[in-house]
Design a protein around this ligand. Structure first.
Ligand SMILES: Cc1ncc(COP(=O)(O)O)c(C=O)c1O
Length: 369
């Protein structure tokens, strides 16, 4: 790692590019806004770390009131636990000998929880945990309509909870259902109805288990687009929103999300070529900007549209001949998907009033295993 010291105190436009910037005022306001919301409802916030992959940001979220973190990957959970965070949910299935061994190692130093959706996986984790004298907490993942992982609500969820209860060194803590097929629907009314219908499946599963004398202490789900929909449902105990810390242009355009949170992340680019009056080329290509949610756009420059990205180049179409961007000039690009963009960078530069205030390594960047 390069020492962060030489950068602190620089004006952001002096940074070499491409560079990933956080507007600290907006970022801190996002953390506070979400934390404040969760003081008004039954559910608590367990922010998803897959967005920022950086324990210091998780620590800030926890200091603001979050109960722990949600992770997608073991590599993220390792980064969080090594940084002293104990209450960690891996909201995915951990399958295979090597990964289960890593999970058990973490269980010895934390209150780790993991999502499960098969009896074989529960058995394998139980065997490994018993051999090492560890305990692994489990949430049964229920398919609430996203059709990704998860058992069906009703009997399959009950059967899996009972398998966990019968196996040693694992404990059944509750249910998880991620309504990911609803979170980015633009229309607020449509999104609310879709999310409520999805979460109702999780609530039905809870009632079914309780009817068969299985208590369900934890009910976990939710994302940024449904933080105040899923978050306001009294049966929910935890919400896993992550993107709200940065937002991105996609979530910014979701009705009822952009009014609560501000886009705080950008990628600083340098103009490397102006081959013609109507074309500008910048040094931010696919290796620093994700585009699966659409081509990211420059911030605050009128008459310029990013029309394409190749590996190392971003192509801007100029529609206003007065645009005076020339080689060496810098501009900021707003990501269309914050989570996959962050994963392309080594560090964040935290900016306040235009000045670099902090430099944070993205500890779990690229930790896909
Ligand atoms: C399991 C799970 N929970 C929660 C989220 C919420 O994330 P976001 O805040 O980006 O909506 C995601 C997003 O991919 C997810 O996969």
């Amino acid at each position: 790692m390069k020492s962060s010291e030489p950068f602190i105190g620089m004006h952001k436009t002096e940074l070499d590019t491409p560079a990933l910037l956080i507007d600290l005022d907006k970022f801190e306001a996002n953390i506070q806004t979400m934390a404040a919301y969760f003081t008004t409802v039954n559910a608590m916030l367990r922010p998803h770390m897959k967005t920022h992959k950086t324990p210091i940001i998780s620590h800030k979220q926890i200091a603001a009131g979050a109960i722990g973190v949600t992770c997608a990957k073991l590599g993220e959970a390792e980064a969080a636990i090594h940084a002293g965070i104990r209450d960690v949910l891996i909201a995915n299935q951990i399958v295979g000998k090597q990964k289960i061994a890593r999970l058990i190692n973490l269980a010895k130093h934390s209150e780790i929880m993991v999502a499960v959706d098969s009896a074989e996986n529960v058995q394998a984790i139980s065997d490994a945990a018993s051999a090492k004298g560890a305990n692994v907490r489990m949430l049964v993942e229920v398919n609430v309509g996203m059709d990704r992982c998860g058992v069906e609500p009703g009997k399959p969820a009950l059967e899996l909870a009972n398998v966990i209860h019968r196996c040693p060194n694992v404990s059944f803590e509750g249910l998880m259902g991620y309504e990911g097929h609803t979170v980015s629907r633009r229309d607020r009314t449509e999104r609310t109805a879709a999310a409520r219908a999805a979460i109702q499946l999780l609530i039905d599963a809870k009632h079914y288990l309780e009817k068969h004398d299985v208590a369900v202490p934890i009910m976990s789900g939710g994302g940024t687009g449904t933080f105040n929909i899923t978050g306001s449902i009294p049966e929910m105990t935890e919400v896993q929103a992550g993107s709200y810390v940065f937002l991105d242009s996609t979530y910014g355009n979701v009705e009822g999300v952009g009014e609560h949170f501000d886009c705080s992340l950008s990628v600083l680019a340098t103009v490397v070529s102006r081959p013609s009056a109507d074309r500008i080329i910048v040094d931010t290509g696919l290796k620093v900007l994700a585009k699966e949610f659409g081509i990211p756009q420059p911030i605050g420059v009128k008459g310029v549209e990013m029309t394409g990205l190749s590996e190392e180049h971003g192509k801007l179409q100029v529609s206003d001949e007065n645009v005076s961007l020339n080689p060496g000039d810098k501009l900021e690009i707003l990501p269309s998907h914050c989570c996959t963009t962050v994963n392309l960078h080594d560090r964040y530069y935290g900016i306040r009033n235009g000045i670099v205030e902090s430099v944070w390594e993205i500890a779990a960047r690229g930790k896909a295993q």
